[in-house]
Design a binder for this molecule. Structure first.
Ligand code: 6PG
Length: 347
């Protein structure tokens, strides 16, 4: 990658700092109207963890976009990936921010980051568990569906999940499944039984319970790793954030933010329509190995300024409650999204 940091204040510079799954559970392929044995995996397929290291020649090179005075404050992404593969990634709440001139560049970098992690996890354990949100995130995944990633990623080893889903039929315009299928999943060869979608025949409480049952099965058979605190530990979560600071379907000041005894819960009064949704709980998000928080556009600037600015207030937004137990959070932002960020972010 050959981007140069822009001159001027840091906020416009390149980097600031940086089921069974029961047969009723998790249906997929609904757009083809196929009932399916949803997410029914065989554990024998997964390899034990190894300490394999990344091939140097395939590492992304992002460090050149970091302001030099901040470089030392954060390890570079390639370094983090290499360290992770050496099991040295243990720092709590490790997070960084990558800022791009355009959403196009952001999308290209996000694809490279995801491909690197895909290679790392598949090499280590023969599988890659990826969680996506709805919203504009899906459009930002478009580069993954193009060359070289379309050919080089081992899609057969991917297992995909939703951090939240609207309780609507999968062919409904509001469906996060439909959004992801149309914009991403239909363009890459992930085996359909490794695409874990909501059972849209159920009510919100039933669908949440069903999804959690499916996740428990996948943890039991080793498809999804279990975190030290007992929650599912996904390899990568690709998340968007609302202009109010919500993540998944966890909204500001909502009691769902306090749920710790569930992996998947439901909401019937979502401030963002439609009102009925299921969502991963905060501890599940915080158990992830890697989280990419993708924010583009001026509509996100106020919240990014609050979340990454130096002035901390007691009223934390959901996005500010991300505190990874043992993982790395990377913000992928465009210039517009960081336009209200002070020069020195508190990362
Ligand atoms: C949903 C999403 C939601 C989304 C954010 C950001 O189902 O509504 O999963 O959490 O990721 O609202 O959406 P935008 O990027 O479109 O603003």
């Amino acid at each position: 990658m050959n981007r140069q940091p822009k001159s001027g204040n840091l906020k416009s510079s390149a980097l600031l700092m940086a089921a069974p799954v029961s047969s009723a559970a998790l249906s997929y392929g609904i757009l083809r109207r196929q009932p399916s044995p949803i997410c029914s995996f065989s554990a024998t397929f997964f390899l034990p963890l190894s300490s394999a290291t990344l091939d140097q020649s395939r590492r992304v090179s992002l460090s050149s976009v970091w302001p030099s005075q901040l470089r030392s404050r954060r390890r570079s992404l390639p370094s983090l990936l290499a360290m992770a593969s050496e099991k040295a990634l243990a720092s709590k709440g490790d997070q960084g921010l990558l800022v791009f001139d355009t959403e196009e560049e952001l999308s290209a970098s996000l694809a490279k980051y995801t491909a690197e992690l895909s290679e790392k996890f598949i090499r280590e354990r023969g599988a890659f568990t990826v969680v996506v949100s709805g919203g504009s995130l899906i459009k930002s995944l478009r580069k993954l569906t193009e060359s070289p990633y379309l050919e080089t990623i081992d899609w057969a080893k991917w297992h995909t999940f939703w951090v939240d889903e609207r309780v609507v039929p999968k062919d409904h315009e509001d469906s996060n499944y439909k959004l992801a299928f149309d914009g991403f999943l239909s363009k890459v060869p992930i085996p359909p039984d490794q695409v874990c979608a909501i059972n849209d025949a159920l009510s919100a409480p039933g669908a949440a319970e069903d999804y959690e049952t499916a996740l428990k099965h996948l943890v039991n058979i080793g498809v999804v790793v279990k975190s030290a605190s007992g929650y599912p530990r996904f390899d990568l979560m690709l998340l968007g954030m609302g202009p109010d600071g919500h993540i998944a379907s966890l909204f500001p000041n909502h009691p769902l933010l306090n749920v710790t005894d569930k992996w998947v819960t439901f909401i019937k009064d979502s401030p963002k329509p439609p009102p009925e949704r299921i969502t991963f709980t905060l501890p599940v998000i915080n158990s992830s190995s890697y989280v990419a928080m993708v924010v583009a556009g001026a509509g996100k600037a106020g919240v990014v300024g609050k979340a990454l600015g130096n002035e901390k207030t007691a009223d934390l937004l959901p996005v500010e409650m991300i505190s990874l137990e043992d993982g790395e959070l990377t913000w992928f932002a465009d210039n517009a999204a960081v336009s209200m960020l002070p020069d020195k972010p508190s990362l």
